[in-house]
Design a protein around this ligand. Structure first.
Ligand code: SF4
Ligand code: SF4
Length: 457
């Protein structure tokens, strides 16, 4: 059993305000990718809290194993999030194939605690929170909106485990992530935040010069160009694939090439729109129309163009739908950057659900085959050890909002869990804590480096 009663504190007896403060003090951010500061989410009022345990990116096996290993912490985190937001109900949303997690969680679901387990179909992108909510409740988040607009707060597994630990007095100093693909020893490891990706790869058999590495999952992950990049609170996974793998080639394309291909070969078949998960639940987003608008510089319909802002970047249009290798996803990312720079927001309404919606979602196994990932679909067992690197580099911005402000200086001796970066006054942000015992050896405007023992560089 997990022990969350650290320092004699019983999390059940803490007020809603105190939960949010503890979560803020612990530096908890959304571990599922975006890194939104969790204390802000928990300060809002909601009817329902959903644990997003879908983990729908092919190959990643972190959340399903954490849920199986730490069910009490996860349920405690969910209960605390419900208390903080005033939610009357909590749903743990996962897939039937996560049998160990379901078996571990079931004993915590009672007739009186307003918790339930919701089994989602094994489709991609079940883990897009807008789709998670729709699949588990039938509710639909409006385009450009957030789950709170319909009374829902969604958090992923690792975030809620961190919430439970936060209330028990433990800040976020580690990250659990799957290292897999063509690496020698696929595994799921826990490392101090700030550990270099190079060190993480050593835990999985070492760096292979014939591979290219992705940070995150195969669908939404990004190419790693520098293995000294540190693990952050949001690093989702580390995947090695052969350099000539189609996924690596596609992700390596420049935006100019993407736009040129779109212009040359788009046949306006609209498969990208028919399979776009946001489109099928009634959002205006229609990637084939955006491609047409960009190709013919027909930006006349402002609502159409601004609908790019509602793209979740799931990659279905690029990796699965388009028969001729176009990436509406990358076109959308470019459009989003332009629109955001101009401060433009999407103002459209929610439309009707596609009557064929549930048949248009992509089965995970078919996606795996389409991505040619089957040879690398392997177990990546959770290691219980926490790796101890010689050095960590903490990013001051691992979250949405303003970077943390350092409150230490080069030469200071710090201990694991010590606050080293504070939220700037009045800003949205998250605190940063030392993840190993050691000496601050270097600081830049973006980072703090700590070395075990250590001496300033
Ligand atoms: S699926 Fe490809 S070819 Fe068809 S409309 Fe979309 S981008 Fe064009
Ligand atoms: S990436 Fe493509 S499929 Fe996914 S939401 Fe955006 S437009 Fe739709």
């Amino acid at each position: 059993m997990d022990d969350v009663y650290i320092n004699g504190i019983n999390p059940d007896q803490i007020s809603a305000d105190q939960i949010s403060k503890d979560v803020q003090n612990a530096g908890v951010v959304g571990a599922g990718g975006a890194g939104f500061p969790t204390h802000v989410k928990l300060s809002a009022k909601a009817e329902l809290v959903i644990v997003n345990a879908a983990e729908c990116e092919p190959l990643l096996k972190t959340d399903q194993q954490l849920a199986a290993r730490h069910p009490e912490l996860l349920v405690k985190g969910l209960t605390l999030a419900m208390k903080a937001t005033g939610a009357q109900k909590g749903i743990i949303a996962l897939k039937a194939k996560y049998k160990d997690a379901i078996a571990a969680l079931e004993p915590y679901i009672t007739n009186t605690n307003n918790l339930e387990i919701a089994i989602m179909p094994d489709i991609y992108p079940a883990g897009d929170e807008v789709i998670t909510i729709w699949l588990t409740t039938g509710r639909r988040v409006p385009p450009g909106g957030i789950p709170l607009n319909i009374g829902v707060v969604v958090n992923n597994v690792q975030t809620l485990i961190n919430v439970a630990k936060a209330v028990a007095g433990t800040p976020v100093t580690t990250r659990t992530l799957t290292v897999t693909g063509a690496v020698k020893v696929p595994k799921t490891v826990t490392v101090p935040i700030g550990t270099s990706l190079r060190d993480v790869l050593e835990l999985a058999g070492g760096i292979d010069q014939d591979l290219t590495y992705l940070s995150g999952g195969p669908m939404m992950g990004t190419l790693i160009t520098d293995l000294s990049t540190p693990v952050t609170k949001t690093t989702g996974g580390l995947i090695g694939l052969p350099k000539d793998h189609p996924l690596i080639k596609r992700k390596s394309m420049t935006v100019e090439t993407v736009l040129r291909i779109a212009k040359t070969v788009c046949e306006q078949c609209s498969f990208c729109t028919e399979l776009c998960p946001r489109h099928i639940i009634g959002h205006e987003l229609s990637p084939h129309r955006l491609i047409r608008a960009v190709n013919y510089k027909n930006m006349g319909d402002p609502l159409l163009v601004t609908s790019a802002l509602t793209c979740s970047e799931c990659g279905v249009c690029e990796a699965y739908a388009c028969p001729v290798g176009i990436s509406p996803l990358r076109v959308n990312i470019a459009l989003k950057a332009e629109l955001r720079a101009k401060g433009i927001k999407y103002q459209g309404e929610l439309g009707k659900v596609d009557p064929m919606a549930k048949h248009r979602l992509i089965p995970s196994s078919r996606l795996m085959d389409r991505l040619r990932l089957r040879p690398w679909y392997k177990e990546a067992p959770l290691s219980l050890d926490v790796y101890q690197p010689e050095e960590v580099t903490l990013k001051l911005q691992q979250h949405i909002g303003a970077p943390a402000v350092p409150i230490i200086k080069v030469g200071d001796i710090v201990q694991v869990g010590q606050l080293v970066g504070e939220i700037p006054t009045g800003a949205l942000g998250a605190k940063v804590h030392a993840s190993i015992d050691g000496t601050v050896i270097q600081m830049t405007p973006q980072t703090i480096t700590i070395r075990k023992g250590g001496a300033a560089k």
